[in-house]
Design a protein around this ligand. Structure first.
Ligand SMILES: Cc1cc2nc3c(=O)[nH]c(=O)nc-3n(C[C@H](O)[C@H](O)[C@H](O)COP(=O)(O)O)c2cc1C
Ligand code: SF4
Ligand code: SF4
Length: 432
């Protein structure tokens, strides 16, 4: 069995699966049960200033998007940071860390954007023996209106300033958690690095309204007839998170900055994808809120089997392996040609591929009176839409044409690698 042991910015955990700061990490009871189930680490639910506890709504705080089988695809929440007293959290954190020395325990923090507040909270947590801090510059609702969370995460100068305070006033490793509610994720990551962050984690939730009640005419979840925007997460956000992780991993100014990958991780495969794109470990929230702590055992065995198959000695062999293959559109090989091919033995003759290609693509799938569906190579542009809409996995595959063969659509031979930067149709090439 492969060795899943992970060291992330010096913080050791038996595997790279951590729980993200959220309800699953809100209290000792949860965290201890998570550790018993096998989670490698947790980021404790975000702590705030001492004083009167945070007040949450007492009506529904979640909204959701489901697939046709009612599987949860996306979760929206309007919850704030912890609403438990600071000292209660600190005492529990200390007790849990003492008991579970081999697990990672990082404390998430969010306090007002002034040096004294940060200095004060850092002094309070010093004694807990936690392994590090995560700065919550991400929550897009509730706290943002009070000048915290994503209100800080959207201003790179603030990120840099607060990170610098934290590094000045604490010896703990510092992870900066980024908001995706920004146009270019590389800017806040650069700012975190400039401020001295040891790592970034992403993504926090995406600003969203998941649904509108069409009788009461208000966004859901609805609190006494009114709704507000919340933070979106779960499987639906994974593609957005993967792209942002890859952007940071391959950006010259942030390359090499450790990344904790978050957003829709539900299986070992999701985790492996984040890691291949440069994440040193992953954090999970929605999947555990949906299925419980025990999903980690399948994540552990799945990743371990995969690493054995690949001959990876440690998770470090996986981290960043796909980063060199993430490129810009202009560098894609325009001389690479594929054609859709239908496996008639697995086709159930539903006709979805035909309708999709006929109505919205390139009219490249013929249907016979006996409902045999075949691809017309002379029309197929290889868009992949038929593969995506076909209900039978692997029934349609994209088959590459051999180099030197003629593409019946264009009449041109499949040639060597050639991209847009040298393509004759590129006006900037013609201008030279
Ligand atoms: C109900 C709820 C509460 C959350 N609270 C926090 C929080 O206090 N601090 C924080 O940094 N992130 C918080 N998050 C965001 C998660 O840590 C995580 O970044 C996000 O949910 C994406 O991961 P996922 O797709 O696995 O859920 C919360 C998420 C949910 C669903
Ligand atoms: S790949 Fe695109 S163009 Fe080709 S058959 Fe499928 S849907 Fe049509
Ligand atoms: S969508 Fe798939 S199963 Fe349906 S007709 Fe096309 S190839 Fe066959």
């Amino acid at each position: 069995m492969a060795n899943l042991a992970s060291t992330f910015i010096g913080i050791k955990s038996p595997n790279p699966f951590w729980l993200a700061s959220a309800p699953p990490t809100d209290k000792a009871y949860n965290v201890e049960r998570a550790f018993e189930a096998g989670w490698g680490g947790v980021v404790w639910k975000t702590l705030g200033l001492d004083g009167p506890p945070v007040v949450n709504v007492s009506g529904p705080r979640y909204g959701a998007i489901w697939g046709a089988d009612r599987r949860l695809l996306g979760l929206n929440n309007i919850e704030l940071i912890t609403d438990r007293p600071l000292q209660v959290n600190l005492d529990e954190i200390k007790a849990v860390k003492r008991k579970w020395r081999d697990r990672a325990l990082v404390i998430s923090l969010m306090v007002p954007c002034d040096e004294e507040s940060w200095k004060g909270i850092l002094a309070r947590i010093e004694d807990t023996e936690a392994d590090g801090v995560e700065l919550n510059f991400g929550c897009p609702h509730g706290m943002a209106e009070r000048g915290m969370g994503s209100a800080v995460g959207q201003v790179p100068e603030y990120i840099e300033m607060v990170t610098r305070w934290v590094k000045q006033h604490s010896r703990m490793p510092c992870i900066v958690k980024l908001t995706p509610n920004i146009s270019d994720i590389r800017k806040p990551a650069e700012a975190a690095k400039r401020g001295g962050a040891d790592a970034v984690s992403l993504i926090n939730t995406i600003n969203s309204i998941t649904s509108v009640n069409l009788d009461d005419f208000a966004p859901e979840p609805m609190i006494d007839g009114k709704g507000t925007h919340g933070g979106y997460c779960g499987p639906a956000v994974k593609p957005i998170a993967l792209n942002m992780v890859a952007e940071i991993a391959r950006h010259p100014a942030t390359r090499g900055l450790p990344i904790s990958g978050i957003g829709g991780v539900s299986t070992w495969r999701d985790a492996a994808e984040f890691m291949a794109l440069g994440a040193g470990n992953v954090q999970v929230c929605t999947a555990v809120m949906t299925y419980g702590f025990k999903i980690v055992s399948e994540m552990i065995s799945g990743l371990s089997d995969y690493m054995d198959r690949k001959g990876f000695a440690s998770v470090d062999d996986l981290v960043g392996r796909a980063v060199p293959n993430v490129t810009d559109w202009q560098f894609l090989n325009l001389n690479y040609v594929t054609k859709a091919q239908i496996d008639q033995t697995s086709c159930i003759k539903c006709g979805r591929c035909h309708i999709a290609c006929e109505d919205t693509s390139h009219q490249a799938i013929a249907v016979s009176p006996e409902r045999v569906f075949t691809v017309k190579d002379e029309d197929c542009v290889a868009c992949n839409l038929c593969v995506d809409v076909c209900p039978v996995e692997n029934c349609i595959t994209m088959v590459p044409l051999a180099k030197g063969s003629v593409d019946p659509r264009t009449g041109r031979r499949v040639g060597d690698y050639g991209n847009w930067t040298t393509h004759p149709n590129n006006p900037s090439v013609a201008a030279e």
